[in-house]
Design a protein around this ligand. Structure first.
Ligand code: THG
Length: 262
C-alpha cells in the first residue's frame, strides 16, 4: 500500500506551533520519523490556524526537503496555496486535492500536468458530501472524465470517497467501502484509490482498532493508498500484511522486518 504520513498538519498543536515560530527541527524530525516507520510520501498541511498559508506551505516544503526527497502531498482546499507549494517542490508532488467541481478541475488538472504531479480527487462537490454510493460514483466518473479529456494519466489520479467518522455516519461505512470497488472499474487503466484513514475514528474511544479494521477491510475492496499515522506500528504491520495477502511481496517468516528494510 502507498503510505502517506499524516503527521505534518498544523491541526496538531506541536506542528501548528512550529509553523508559527518557524522551528525547523520539529518539522524535520516529524518527517524523518514517519519515513523511518515506512511512509512513502508525506502529507503537508498548514492547518486551519495558519494566517499566511501561501508562505507557510513554502516554508514547510523547503524545510522538509532539507532532510528528505520523498514525495510531498500538498494538502489544501485553496488553489493558490497548492500552486505556491508546487513552485518550490523539487521531486514528484501530489496535489491534495481537487473536488468534483468543474471550475476547480479546470485549474488543478492543468496545474498537475504542468508540475508532473499526481492528483487526489475528492468525491465531494459544492453541493456537499454525497449521501450514497451512486452519488459518489457520479462525482468520481466526472473527475475521471475531466482527467481523460485534459490528457492527465488516470494512473496518476487517486480517487478519495471521503471517509466519515463511524460515530456520526455509521450507516455510510458500507457504501464508502463499496465505492472503492466501483471506482476501480470506472476506466481502464483504473484510477488509484486513497482515503484519509484517521477520519474514520475521530471522536471514538478505540481509534487504533477502528483505523486498523477499516483499513484492512478497505484493502479488500481495492484501496491502494492511505493518509495515516505511520508511527502506529500495529497499523503499519496490518498494512504490510495486507500487501502480503494480496501477493505484493513474497512470504518469509520475517516478512515484517524484511519489508521495513526495503
Ligand atoms: N482525504 C484527503 N486528505 C485529507 C483527509 C482526507 N487530509 C486531511 C485528513 N483527511 C487526513 N489527515 C488527518 C490528520 C489527523 C487526523 C485526521 C486526519 C486526526 N487528528 C486528531 C483529531 O482530530 O482527533 C487531532 C489530534 C490533535 O489535535 O492532536 O484525527 O480524508 N485526501
Amino acid at each position: 500500500m502507498f503510505i502517506i504520513g499524516e503527521l505534518i498538519n498544523g491541526m496538531y498543536k506541536d506542528i501548528g506551533k512550529a509553523i508559527q515560530t518557524k522551528d525547523k527541527s520539529i518539522i524535520q524530525n516529524k518527517a524523518l520519523e514517519q519515513i523511518k516507520a515506512g511512509a512513502d510520501a508525506l502529507d503537508v498541511n498548514c492547518g486551519p490556524a495558519s494566517k499566511d498559508p501561501i508562505n507557510d506551505i513554502q516554508w514547510l516544503v523547503n524545510t522538509i526537503q532539507e532532510v528528505t526527497d520523498k514525495p510531498l502531498s500538498i494538502d489544501s482546499s485553496r488553489t493558490q496555496v497548492i500552486e505556491s507549494g508546487l513552485k518550490v517542490i523539487k521531486n514528484k508532488a501530489i496535489i491534495n486535492s481537487v473536488t468534483a467541481d468543474q471550475e476547480k478541475l479546470d485549474i488543478l488538472i492543468p496545474l498537475a500536468l504542468k508540475y508532473n504531479a499526481r492528483l487526489i480527487g475528492l468525491t465531494i462537490s459544492k453541493k456537499g458530501i454525497p449521501q450514497n454510493k451512486d452519488q459518489r460514483l457520479e462525482l468520481a466518473a466526472m473527475i475521471v472524465a475531466s482527467a481523460q479529456e485534459k490528457g492527465f494519466p488516470v494512473e496518476d489520479l487517486f480517487l478519495d470517497p471521503i471517509v466519515m467518522p463511524v460515530n456520526v455516519a455509521q450507516s455510510q461505512m458500507k457504501d464508502i467501502l463499496e465505492s472503492l470497488r466501483e471506482f476501480k472499474i470506472i476506466s481502464d487503466p483504473a484510477p488509484m484509490t486513497v482515503v484519509g484513514l484517521s477520519n474514520v475514528s475521530q471522536g471514538t474511544c478505540q481509534r487504533g482498532l477502528i483505523n486498523k479494521t477499516f483499513m484492512i477491510m478497505a484493502v479488500g475492496y481495492g484501496l491502494d493508498g492511505a493518509i495515516l499515522d505511520p508511527l502506529d506500528k500495529d497499523l503499519m504491520d496490518g498494512a504490510i500484511t495486507s500487501d502480503l495477502i494480496l501477493n505484493k511481496h513474497i512470504y518469509c517468516d520475517s516478512y515484517l522486518d524484511a519489508y521495513r528494510k526495503k
